[in-house]
Each structure stands twice: as structure tokens, then as C-alpha cells.
Design a binder for this molecule. Structure first.
Ligand SMILES: C[S@@+](CC[C@H](N)C(=O)[O-])C[C@H]1O[C@@H](n2cnc3c(N)ncnc32)[C@H](O)[C@@H]1O
Length: 268
């Protein structure tokens, strides 16, 4: 079992990040490589007739660098614009960003340039009670029961390694139940091997589930199959692959989804 987060495990063993909770993640996987793949007018094209604020959820936000870059990019804000700038895309976006690691969340909160529209909160997304409390109260503030868009960037492998095949299936089904659109960046299988090797080199126990995972191989393909077959989502497009060979996949809820998501009349 991985060590609990926030108990100084990383201080004594730098590099031991059993949840992918690397303290300087954005330095070696910079946000620009990913947001640059997304078309500038994405929000406008997904929600052409939005009359109310759009709500987004970023799962596994780490210390928030990618969340802020996504927020800026989606709203057409330049890097230099400050928090008082008006979103050029004409959309009002509120982003709830969560991570299992309280130290990363504290850093994200301290550095956030958009404190009124971006919220950071500590949450283990696999903890049902905590998740329902946090997401429920956030959505209730806006009179909503689901998000317009969920971001899940470089997180699926950590859920899979720590919670097994069943955990991954549960996680994907949860994401699909939370939103109308899902932007997901799955880690390829070679990253699983590298993560397991890294842990072994540090003399830590192996991930509980690594050797028994039956969902393996082409992870982008497998995740696409699961979301399409079991979660009532359909692939809208792949925005391409990052220099790290990770695909950026956009899904949308297909057919009759949750009332709040399907009948708002604001989406394409
Ligand atoms: C590799 S980082 C990706 C960070 C960011 N999304 C990005 O792509 O730049 C994975 C993040 O997922 C978080 N994470 C892993 N398991 C989680 C869980 N069960 N609940 C919430 N966050 C989790 C980790 O703490 C880590 O910050």
C-alpha cells in the first residue's frame, strides 16, 4: 500500500511520489506542451450558446500550473494579463481543481492568479464521501448538479496503479457521470513500467496492482473503449500527442445523459 500523503514521505525520499504527486511536475512536463494542442476557441465551439457560467473540474491538479494555463488558454487570456482582465473568449468559467496531496494544494492556493474563479481543494477523488461533499457543495453554489467540462490530465495511471482495474473502471465511470465533456490525457503503458521501476529503485514496495492489471497495452485505446462502451461517452477528437507521446482526447456524453447536462440547451 502506498504511504499516506502528507506524512513527509517525499521529504525523506525525494522522488517517491506514489500518487504522481511530484512537487515540480510542471517543470518536466510543462503545461504549454498540452494547452498548445487545444484550439483557441474550444470553449466557444463546445458551448456556443452558454448563458450561464461554465463550470469545470480539474482532477489531479498537482500545484495548479496546468490548471492556470488551461484557464488562461480557454479564455484567451495572455500570460501577462492579470486577474482583473476580461476573458476575451466572452465566457465565464469557474474551475474547481482538486488533488490528493494537501501540500500541492496549499502551493496552488498561494500562487493562484485567479482566486475568484479558480478554487483549489484537497480531495482524494476515490473517496466517495469526501468527493460527494466537496463536489456537491461546489455545484450547489451554482445551482447545478454536474460540470460542463472535466479535465483529467496525466492522472489515470496513478488511479490504475493504486486502485487496480476495478478502480480505473470506477474512476472513468465517475468522470463520465460528472460532466458533459471530458478532456483526458492517459499515460501510455511504458509510463507504468517506468513508475514501477522508479518505486523499486527507491526500495519501496511495488504498486499493489501493477502485476495483475488486465487492462494494459495501448492505454489511450483501452480508455476510449471503456468510455464509449461502458460510460455512454463518445470520442469527439484527439487533439494530437505531446512530446511525451500522450494523447489529448476529448469525449462528450452521448445520447440521453443526466438532465442537467442534456437539457440545458447550451451545448452543441
Ligand atoms: C502526474 S500529476 C499530473 C498533474 C497535472 N494534472 C498535470 O497534468 O500537469 C498527477 C496528479 O494526480 C494526483 N492524484 C493521484 N491520485 C489522486 C486521487 N486519488 N485523487 C486526487 N488526485 C490524485 C497526484 O497527487 C498528482 O498531483
Amino acid at each position: 500500500m502506498a504511504a499516506p500523503v502528507g506524512e513527509g514521505s517525499r521529504a525523506s525520499e525525494p522522488g517517491a511520489a506514489p500518487y504522481g504527486n511530484f512537487p515540480n511536475y510542471s517543470r518536466f512536463h510543462p503545461p504549454e506542451g498540452r494547452v498548445g494542442l487545444l484550439p483557441a476557441g474550444l470553449l466557444r465551439s463546445l458551448f456556443p450558446a452558454a448563458t450561464r457560467p461554465l463550470l469545470g473540474l480539474d482532477v489531479g491538479c498537482n500545484s495548479g500550473e496546468l490548471s492556470v494555463a488551461l484557464y488562461r488558454h480557454l479564455l484567451g487570456l495572455q500570460q501577462s494579463t492579470d486577474s482583473l482582465a476580461q476573458p476575451a473568449a466572452g465566457k465565464d468559467l469557474h474551475l474547481l481543481c482538486c488533488d490528493i496531496d494537501p501540500e500541492l494544494i496549499e502551493r496552488a492556493q498561494q500562487c493562484s492568479p485567479f482566486p475568484t474563479s479558480m478554487s483549489f481543494a484537497k480531495l482524494d477523488i476515490m473517496d466517495r464521501g469526501a468527493r460527494e461533499r466537496l463536489l456537491g457543495s461546489y455545484l450547489a453554489r451554482f445551482g447545478r448538479s454536474s460540470f460542463d467540462i472535466v479535465f483529467c490530465m496525466s492522472v489515470t495511471m496513478w488511479i490504475h496503479l493504486n486502485h487496480g482495474d476495478r478502480g480505473l473502471l470506477e474512476f472513468l465511470s465517475l468522470l463520465a457521470s460528472l460532466c458533459r465533456y471530458l478532456l483526458i490525457e492517459p499515460q501510455p503503458w511504458k509510463c507504468y513500467r517506468a513508475a514501477a521501476r522508479r518505486l523499486r529503485r527507491l526500495g519501496r514496495n511495488d504498486f499493489d496492482h501493477f502485476r495483475s492489471l488486465e487492462i494494459n497495452g495501448d492505454m489511450a485505446e483501452r480508455i476510449t473503449q471503456i468510455l464509449s462502451r461502458d460510460c455512454a461517452m463518445e470520442l469527439v477528437c484527439c487533439f494530437g500527442s505531446t512530446s511525451w507521446d500522450r494523447s489529448l482526447l476529448l469525449f462528450k456524453l452521448s445520447g440521453s445523459g443526466h438532465e442537467d447536462r442534456a437539457s440545458s440547451g447550451q451545448e452543441q
